[in-house]
Design a protein around this ligand. Structure first.
Ligand SMILES: Nc1nc2c(ncn2[C@@H]2O[C@H](COP(=O)(O)OP(=O)(O)O)[C@@H](O)[C@H]2O)c(=O)[nH]1
Ligand SMILES: [Mg+2]
Length: 232
């Protein structure tokens, strides 16, 4: 049976992206840094969380950010203000970052610093709960955010993002007293599509859960480094 043309084009596109993503990951491994791809729908709180995490972990990790946005550099400016190197990647009409865009961003980052000096490289993806999950950029870990205002059904309605995630942050828990939403139900739906991911409740504005989130990050970095010791 013949595959519809657009399906075969779509598969080629994904295969070419995957190839580039592996290439990016080989660079990340050679530089011994951990790359995290942060994804969510628009407004779930990615930049706010990164503002807190970048400033709170400044003494623990050397970090930089590749900041994906369709048009503006507003988020890049917010994160630069924290004192961390940020490279904006403007995607135009594209609703997600792909591996080639990240590779272009890396070249710009290399003009400012040696990536081998970094511990963590953050990629803030374009706000979209669907497409970013389909396009790897070479990351080692995927972090998905879901805010409590989005409703408890979203992990079931947009399962790809949550199935792929290594960690899901349920954000804005400070708003729970004002919403008819059950946070345990959100967590149960996440685990229904992905029984293995870590689920952490956070509030970037009030600070809830940030210690647990930062512990998760430290564990990932330690796991990566002990793995490279074994491989070496
Ligand atoms: N109440 C509350 N609002 C938050 C929190 N985190 C972010 N916001 C707000 O949500 C909006 C979108 O946040 P932003 O970080 O720009 O989300 P992004 O589009 O995913 O990067 C902003 O108005 C933030 O102030 C939080 O923990 N609690
Ligand atoms: Mg943002």
């Amino acid at each position: 049976m013949h595959m519809p043309l657009e399906d075969s084009l779509g598969l080629n596109l994904l295969a070419a992206n995957q190839h580039r993503a592996e290439h990016n990951r080989a660079h990340f491994d050679a530089w011994d840094l951990l790359c995290l791809n942060v994804m969510s729908s628009p407004g779930a709180g990615k930049t706010s969380l990164l503002e807190r995490t970048l400033s709170q972990l400044a003494d623990d990790f050397a970090m930089a950010v590749l900041e994906g946005d369709m048009t503006t550099q507003l988020d890049a400016e917010r994160l630069e203000a924290v004192g961390v190197p940020v490279v904006p990647i403007t995607t135009g009409r594209a609703c997600h970052l792909d591996a080639a865009m990240v590779s272009g961003g890396l070249r710009l980052l290399q003009q400012r610093l040696d990536p081998a000096d970094l511990d963590l490289l953050w990629v803030e993806n374009v706000g979209n709960l669907v497409c970013p999950a389909e396009f790897e950029v070479g990351e080692h870990r995927k972090v998905a955010l879901l805010s409590v205002t989005e409703g408890d059904d979203k992990p079931l309605k947009y399962p790809v993002m949550f199935r792929e995630a290594d960690c899901v942050l349920i954000t804005k828990v400070d708003l729970l007293p004002y919403l008819p939403v059950d946070v345990e139900r959100i967590a149960a739906h996440i685990h229904q599509v992905n029984p293995h991911c870590s689920v952490i409740q956070v509030s970037a504005s009030r600070g809830d859960g940030l210690d647990a989130w930062h512990d998760w990050l430290r564990q990932q970095r330690t796991a990566q480094q002990s793995r490279s010791l074994v491989v070496a």
